[in-house]
Structure formats: structure tokens, C-alpha cells
Write a protein that binds this ligand. Structure first.
Ligand SMILES: [Zn+2]
Length: 191
């Protein structure tokens, strides 16, 4: 059985000088990926992995009310906007939690394991080092982005898409904290 384990530099912080050199290199790599997208009308990319059913649930490991509420709102926004259903925090192989990974330049991370295109587990996380001080609405924007990875989306080249590599920037610039049209197109292409 072949399994691929992917660690994803989820939510880059590009709006200030905390950005790490590693993070900058990750952006260059992801830029190279987006250039391979053949359809100019859409800017989304996918991870090549999906859950076997579009009825997805998740395990809630958030540590306080703000993280809990923002994660639930983020999950519900994918379910209401796309063909992904359920997205209830009723257990499941997608683990959702906040934890402190320090001043590494990332607001969030997602990981997943994938077997022949089928997701077998995923982790969707926020980095408390930065996100503890954020309002619930901004946490939600980053959760939406990380849930997007956990469901099979990679980054969009559109700077107004929630799957842009800096969802905190999308929130700061536009106030968006739900999937946008390119995000929705991408998710509906997967499920
Ligand atoms: Zn990301």
C-alpha cells in the first residue's frame, strides 16, 4: 500500500516581516505549481486527493470558544456553498485543532495522507502563536483555508480567493471569511 504524506505550509503571513525564509521559498514553489494550471478561467489547484464520500465529518480538538465557533462556521460555509455535505464536528478522520508552533511565519497548517487519490486522514490546524490574538472572524478565514486543504484544494493564484496562500491577507484586504467563486469552483470539481 502506497501512502503519501504531505505537509502543507498552510497560511502564509506575508503582511509583515515575520515571514521566514523557508516560507518565501515555499511561495516560489507554489507559484511554479500554479503556472501549470491549463485553464486560465479558474485559478484553483487541487492536491489530487479527496474523501471517498462528499459527506465529510471532522473531529473537534479546539481549545476554546473562539476557535470552536470559528471552526464550525468555517466548516459550515464549505457545506453551504459547495457539493461537500455535512461538515459536522461529529468525529471523523479529519482532525481539527489549534496549537502553538511558534514564530515560524505561518498562521495555519494542514496535513493529509492519501492512498491512490483517496484521503485516509487529515489534520487542519491553526498556529496559536499568531491566531490567539485574532478575532473570531479572522480565525474563521484561516480555518476555511485549512479546511480547503483538508478537503483536497491546493492554493489559488487569485489574491481574493480564500485559497490564496495568505488567507489572513484576504481577510484584511476584503473581509472575506467564506469560500469565494474560485474556491467553490475548485471544490465542486473535486466532489
Ligand atoms: Zn494553504
Amino acid at each position: 500500500m502506497i501512502k503519501n504524506r504531505n505537509m502543507h505550509p498552510g497560511s502564509q503571513r506575508t503582511s509583515n516581516n515575520r515571514k521566514s525564509k523557508t516560507g518565501f521559498l515555499a511561495v516560489l514553489g507554489l507559484t511554479a505549481i500554479t503556472l501549470l494550471v491549463p485553464d486560465a478561467a479558474n485559478a484553483y489547484t487541487t492536491t489530487g486527493c479527496r474523501w471517498s464520500s462528499n459527506s465529510v465529518t471532522w473531529s473537534n480538538g479546539t481549545t476554546n470558544y473562539s476557535y470552536d465557533l470559528s471552526a464550525k462556521n468555517a466548516a459550515a460555509s464549505w457545506a453551504s456553498a459547495t457539493q461537500v455535505n455535512n461538515m459536522a464536528s461529529s468525529g471523523g478522520k479529519m482532525k481539527v485543532y489549534d496549537y502553538n508552533t511558534g514564530a515560524n511565519g505561518y498562521d495555519g497548517y494542514a496535513w493529509w495522507t492519501c492512498n491512490l487519490g483517496n484521503l485516509t486522514s487529515a489534520a487542519v490546524t491553526l498556529n496559536k502563536y499568531y491566531t490567539d490574538r485574532m478575532p473570531t472572524t479572522k480565525k474563521q478565514a484561516i480555518w476555511v483555508h485549512e479546511f480547503g486543504h483538508g478537503l483536497g484544494l491546493n492554493h489559488s493564484q487569485y489574491s481574493s480567493a480564500i485559497m490564496w496562500n495568505c488567507p489572513a491577507c484576504v481577510f484584511n484586504n476584503y473581509g472575506y471569511r467564506t469560500p469565494r467563486w474560485d474556491d467553490i469552483n475548485g471544490m465542486n470539481a473535486i466532489y
